[in-house]
Design a protein around this ligand. Structure first.
Ligand code: GDP
Length: 465
């Protein structure tokens, strides 16, 4: 995968039949190979002499047999996505034609591209840095407005720019440390030390903000986990269906690890929410149910919001149990937001619910069946995600890899600050500064990044990107 001087091809549009399919070719042999199969409609538009950024119309032949009428997009090195000569063949989207064209290219010595190999070449050729390349993958995978927005910003180099800025300041810092080294015997030391301390504190603040943004970034990218707790028949499935219909979102059902765990993803106001059905928390002696309860609490711990749903129409019989479960949940939720949903309010009196539960502040009235109270619930869910960072256009870290690198650099910086305070010598400080530089550099791929890491990053891409 690390070889970049051969010529690769792949289907860049999804597998299967479509109106049009696009096959992308990149590498030095791109045009010589295509010349063998392609006859342009007009003599003046031969591929070899075609201007970059033009579309050439013509026919692909294998021997004397016409294979398809195609358009070929021409990009010439270095001004292409990969930085190499690139052709994009738009053909009729029959699976037969797609495969036939790919086979023709392979027979001419072109190699099948690995997942993400075009973007890997773009990275190697300096078209984008590593964080931007990851932004490309995130953009393609984005399923909500918020995820799209942060991925787009990352692809455009938002994070990269900020990291570069930090690295420049650190390099400046390193040179100041050296300066300070030279003057240790003189009076200037104190002024320098104050300046250095301020500089490292400033860098720490920026790194800290980026670290904190991961809380938001992670939920934007992966969805906000919401655990739904409630007795059987409380209306959990009805609620999920109502939410799904409300946003007319595509629902993906992912079979969970337990027989009763089903995940639904719903886009609400541009943010993806991941609803996690749980087995409930009813106290029991039954071993199987006990395991279910433990799992429920695990899921609650991994959630950002906990919805406790109860049948308000049956509160008369259920009141002690509902009170007990609410108390148990309140004791368990730590960082999560707990919402109590009095469902089937169409069959109950609000006053009665208020009286029985003594007016808890987290209470929302709901009729999942009739759609009543859904808007208030959606608003409460949205309020649980702090999107102010998104609105202020600040960079948001969405990648666990970036988070880890930032965390390590923050540790390095803490050692630098500590060293300064203790009056540690400049060459010792410089060691930690270099470590911080290295960790920050890994985010944008400016320092040597492990092949395994590159493999992991690009291996997650679609073929053909
Ligand atoms: P689950 O076991 O918690 O998933 O509960 P279901 O969603 O399957 O609902 C159990 C029953 O309650 C079904 O017959 C639903 O139609 C009914 N139900 C759910 N929500 C409401 C509601 O808001 N009002 C009324 N009247 N019935 C509801």
């Amino acid at each position: 995968m690390m070889q970049t001087d051969d010529t690769i091809c792949a289907l860049s549009t999804p597998q299967g039949m479509g109106a049009i399919a696009v096959i992308r070719v990149s590498g030095p042999a791109t045009f010589p190979v295509l010349e063998r199969f392609f006859r342009p409609a007009g003599q003046r538009h031969a591929l070899a002499t075609a201007k970059p950024y033009t579309l050439i119309y013509g026919t692909l032949y294998e021997q004397e047999e016409r294979v398809d009428e195609v358009m070929i997009g021409v990009y010439r090195a270095p001004k292409s996505y990969t930085g190499q000569d690139v052709a994009e063949i738009s053909c009729h989207g029959s699976v037969y034609i797609q495969e036939r064209i790919v086979r023709m290219l392979l027979s001419a010595g072109v190699r099948m591209a690995e997942p993400g190999e075009y973007t890997l070449r773009a990275f190697f050729n300096g078209k984008m840095d590593l964080s931007q390349a990851e932004g490309v993958a995130d953009l393609i995978a984005s399923e909500s407005e918020a995820a799209h927005r942060v991925a787009y910003q990352q692809m455009r180099g938002g994070i990269s720019e900020e990291i570069r800025g930090l690295r420049e300041e650190l390099i400046q810092f390193a040179s100041l440390v050296e300066l300070e080294l030279d003057f240790t015997e003189e009076d200037v030391e104190f002024a320098d030390k104050a300046q250095l301390t301020e500089l490292v504190a400033k860098i720490q603040r920026v790194v800290q903000r980026l670290l904190e943004s991961y809380g938001t970034g992670n939920v934007i990218k992966n969805g906000v986990p919401v655990a739904i707790v409630g007795a059987p028949n409380a209306g959990k499935s009805t609620l999920l269906n109502a939410l799904v219909q409300e946003e007319r979102a595509i629902v993906t059902e992912v079979a969970g690890t337990t027989r009763d765990a089903i995940e639904d993803e719903v886009n609400l106001g541009g943010v993806k929410f991941r609803f996690i059905d749980t087995a409930g928390i009813r106290e029991t002696e039954d071993v199987v149910e006990k395991i279910g309860i433990r799992k429920t609490y695990e899921k609650i711990a991994q959630s950002r919001v906990v919805l406790y749903l109860f049948d308000a129409g049956r509160l008369q019989e259920n009141a002690p149990l509902v009170r007990e479960e609410i108390a148990a949940l309140r004791a368990k939720v730590a960082g999560q937001k707990l919402l109590l949903l009095a469902n089937k309010i169409d069959q109950a009196q609000r006053e009665e619910v208020d009286r029985v539960l003594a007016n808890p502040e987290e209470l929302l009235y709901l009729s999942a069946l009739e759609g009543e109270g859904l808007e208030a619930l959606i608003e409460a869910l949205q309020a649980s995600v702090n999107l102010s960072a998104l609105e202020s256009n600040q960079n948001i870290v969405t990648s666990a890899r970036h988070y880890e690198a930032l965390r390590q650099s923050q540790e390095d910086l803490a050692r630098v600050a500590e060293g300064l305070a203790e009056g540690r010598s400049g060459d010792l400080l410089a060691l930690d500064i270099r470590e911080a530089l290295r960790h920050l550099g890994a985010i944008i791929g400016e320092v040597d990044v492990d092949r395994d890491i590159l493999g992991a990053i690009f291996g997650k891409f679609c073929i053909g990107k």
